[in-house]
Design a protein around this ligand. Structure first.
Ligand code: MG
Length: 275
């Protein structure tokens, strides 16, 4: 049974306030996005543990933002995002390991991140470096009993599948964000499940449009208002036996975020009810 959750940011309040927000919106699960490595400390961990228990919220993954400059576009993204650029790789690997240790303290089953624009050519020298880094981090997460999840979108599902195979770690999985695949122009979300479906451990319920220019990504949209075919996607997840969360993600803030998240939940509940 898929459970609906929501993605919240560590920057949006105290750990207690974050979990109360998730509970007040009526969600049993959430992911916490953290872009500040300093937040991954014992004090936050202790407060979050108590807050999760009090609010009866399960954190399904710590989505770990990486330090250093990241440019979220197709021009400079490939040389700045994730573990692909060699000059920031060591620093970012340290943060991922710190996040893994933080998650272990909380009893959270996964950490996730954008690994970056993994080169489509296996003979690109950057590819071997990414595989080595992923192997190292997956091993660290394994000692903490966790999954290490790669967020979809920046490479094709075919290349993501090859990456997962080349690392070959049982705890390496996918944080499936269909809207990213579509907005980055790298794949059709429903078809992507035919390639990487077996590796999916968490799903982001986000929506978007395909790019209309070769130089900019497609626009993010409220759930149900973009081009991701959610009825088909969720039916395929069900057929795959997926029982993880459907975590609503909306990249805006304020009252409209609340409205869109609530509407998104109703949208997903309707689809789940019709399965
Ligand atoms: Mg996402």
């Amino acid at each position: 049974m898929m459970r609906i959750g929501v993605l919240v940011s560590s920057r949006d309040g105290t750990p207690t306030a974050l979990m109360e927000r998730v509970r007040d919106l009526g969600f049993p699960t959430c992911e916490v996005v953290c872009w500040d490595a300093d937040w991954l400390n014992d004090e936050v961990s202790d407060e979050l543990k108590i807050a999760c228990r009090a609010s009866r919220v399960e954190i399904t993954s710590i989505w770990t933002g990486l330090p250093g400059k990241s440019v979220w576009d197709i021009i400079d993204g490939p040389t700045t995002i994730g573990l692909v650029p060699p000059h920031t790789r060591e620093l970012r690997m340290r943060v991922l390991k710190r996040s893994s240790d933080f998650a272990r303290g909380l009893g959270v089953a996964n950490i996730s991140t954008h690994v970056g624009f993994i080169p489509e050519s296996p003979s690109n020298p950057l590819y071997a470096g990414v595989i080595k880094a992923l192997t190292d981090i997956a091993a660290h997460c394994e000692t903490n009993g966790q999954g290490f999840l790669l967020e979809t979108g920046q490479e094709t599902p075919f290349t993501l599948l090859r990456t997962l195979e080349d690392v070959g770690a049982d705890n390496l999985g996918v944080s499936f964000d269909g809207a990213n695949l579509l907005a980055y122009g790298t794949g059709n979300p429903v078809d992507a499940l035919d390639m990487i479906g077996a590796y999916v451990r968490v799903v982001h319920a986000k929506d978007a449009e395909y790019p209309t220019s070769g130089r900019s990504f497609g626009a993010e949209k409220p759930l149900g208002q973009g081009q991701v075919n959610y009825p088909a996607l969720i039916a395929k997840l069900e057929a795959l036996g997926y029982e993880g969360p459907l975590t609503i993600e909306r990249e805006i803030s304020g009252q409209q975020w609340v409205e869109d998240v609530k509407a998104g939940r109703i949208f997903l509940e309707g689809i789940l009810a019709s399965l």
